[in-house]
Design a protein around this ligand. Structure first.
Ligand code: FPP
Length: 245
């Protein structure tokens, strides 16, 4: 299925999947049940994006701050992630999806690291859609990391101060080969960026919905895309300067 207005389809959608805990509470279940149900929404979002022709989908699956949650919740999230990757690897291969990761992978438990590396390797040649998971990710950490790498390259004589531009800086971020998101969706009625893609969202269109992530279905994603398609992106210019359909 292709969208009617392919030209204005966002190339890159980023999602802050929020509200798993509240969903569980509303259903008188434990928080982990909310995350499990959230994993189902992940599958639906990936499938929908692939079908309509989105090129990049970035999901905020685990932030650096999430490490401070109760131990059993962190363990359950890591277990769910491992299970998801094991179950979906063949699907990703079959559907021409390339898996990428941003964040500090070194801090993840070794079974998760192992399946992540295997999945990234086995899907490296796919070019249908990029599924980019943000894991142990923090936007400020990513920027500080980039500064460290630039300083190191400078010490090694690989880069000169005069050559540091916005474009060059972008290439030192974890998202080096990924375009900036066109549309960022946050579920559950929260209006924050929560340390997600701080540099990359400078000109991103934001879409907020009260729907909790475990309830987020194809129709909600389509509504967000339709809303995006009605907007005029000016990138600091005036309306007359922007090319119209
Ligand atoms: C936010 O809800 C969600 C998370 C911190 C984790 C997101 C994880 C999943 C959707 C499932 C596993 C992921 C994959 C990629 C298979 P919250 O717990 O902060 O909700 P609350 O604000 O209502 O408490």
């Amino acid at each position: 299925m292709r969208m009617e207005n392919q030209r204005t389809l966002p190339r890159h959608i980023a999602i802050i999947m929020d509200g798993n805990g509240r969903w569980a509470e509303r259903h008188a279940l434990g928080r982990i049940a909310g995350h499990k149900r959230g994993a189902k929404s992940v599958k639906i979002a990936v499938k929908t994006c692939r079908e309509i022709g989105i090129q990049y989908l970035t999901l905020y699956a685990f932030s650096v701050e999430n490490w401070s949650r109760p131990r059993e919740e962190v363990d359950a999230l890591m277990g769910l992630l491992e299970k998801y990757l094991r179950a979906e690897l063949q699907e990703m291969i079959k559907n021409n999806i390339r898996l990428m990761v941003i964040g500090d992978i070194e801090t993840l438990p070794s079974p998760v690291r192992k399946i992540l590396t295997e999945s990234m390797d086995k899907t490296a040649g796919n070019n249908g859609m990029v599924l980019n998971l943000a894991l142990s990710y923090g936007g400020r950490d990513e920027i500080v990391d980039a500064v460290r790498k630039i300083m190191q390259d400078r010490e090694n004589g690989k880069i000169d101060l005069r050559h540091i531009t916005k474009e060059v800086f972008s290439r030192y971020l974890h998202t080096a080969n990924i375009p900036d998101p066109d549309l960022l969706i946050r579920t559950s009625g929260e209006y924050r960026l929560s340390n997600f893609l701080l540099w990359q969202t400078a000109y991103t269109e934001f879409y907020f919905t009260d729907v909790l992530w475990p309830d987020f279905r194809r129709k909600h994603l389509m509504a967000a895309i339709a809303d995006y398609q009605r907007r005029e992106r000016r990138f600091g210019l005036i309306s007359n300067q922007v090319q119209k359909d």
